[in-house]
Design a protein around this ligand. Structure first.
Ligand code: GAR
Length: 196
């Protein structure tokens, strides 16, 4: 049975795009049944519309985190997802939200390194300061309200290259994300006992 994915976005949506393309080409036996954005004017919305995917825009609008996640969960539930994918979702989700669906998150750093915002920039700065030689990408389960933390579904190292610029490193990170996220969704659906 084709799996149902709901993808949550806050920005460009290139990861969501990669997932939607993998579904369209049959690499994943899954459909992105809805894209949810917390911002009304982001590139991810145009990308979702180009794929013909329904979009729900749910701005915070001064709600508390608990109230917001209640509204969000209610909308998502109506799409009956097998898996919720945070793909550049720049909000912490509440514990009660993650008890309602299996949730995974992609983060542009290795487990335990550079959680939170601007992870790519912070990794690049650490490399320039001689502190690290490699960074990477991970996809993890979201078991609680932690930030970019949880059991790893898949990860891949992205080593620095001697002639790297911030831009070349960032491009390799994003390229890695787009393949790793598709693989990780397949692994997560298998772990959940849903066909992928
Ligand atoms: C991606 O690099 C993703 O890993 C990151 O936001 C970007 C979204 O790009 N997520 C985090 O930093 C989570 N803490 P996209 O909108 O083009 O997919």
């Amino acid at each position: 049975m084709t799996s149902r994915l709901v993808v949550l976005v806050s920005g460009n949506g290139t990861n969501m795009d990669a997932v939607a393309s993998a579904c369209a080409s049959g690499v994943l036996d899954a459909d992105v049944v809805c894209v949810v954005s917390n911002h009304p004017a982001v590139g991810a919305i145009d990308r979702a519309e180009r794929h013909g995917i329904p979009v729900e825009v749910v701005p915070a609008g001064g709600r508390t985190r608990a109230m917001y996640d209640g509204v969000l969960a209610h909308i998502i539930e109506s799409y009956e997802p097998d898996l919720v994918v945070l793909a550049g979702w720049m909000r912490i989700v509440t514990r009660s939200f993650v008890t309602r669906f299996p949730v995974i998150n992609i983060h542009p750093a290795l487990p335990g390194a550079f959680p939170g915002l601007e992870a790519i920039d912070r990794a690049f700065d650490a490399w320039q300061a001689g502190e690290i030689n490699t960074s990477g990408v991970m996809v993890h389960w979201v078991p609680d309200e932690g930030v970019d933390d949880g059991p790893v579904v898949a990860m891949r190292e992205v080593p620095f290259q001697s002639d790297d610029s911030r831009e070349s490193f960032e491009a390799r990170i994003h390229e890695t994300e787009h393949t790793l996220l598709v693989e990780a969704i397949g692994l997560a659906l298998t772990e959940l006992g849903v066909n992928a």
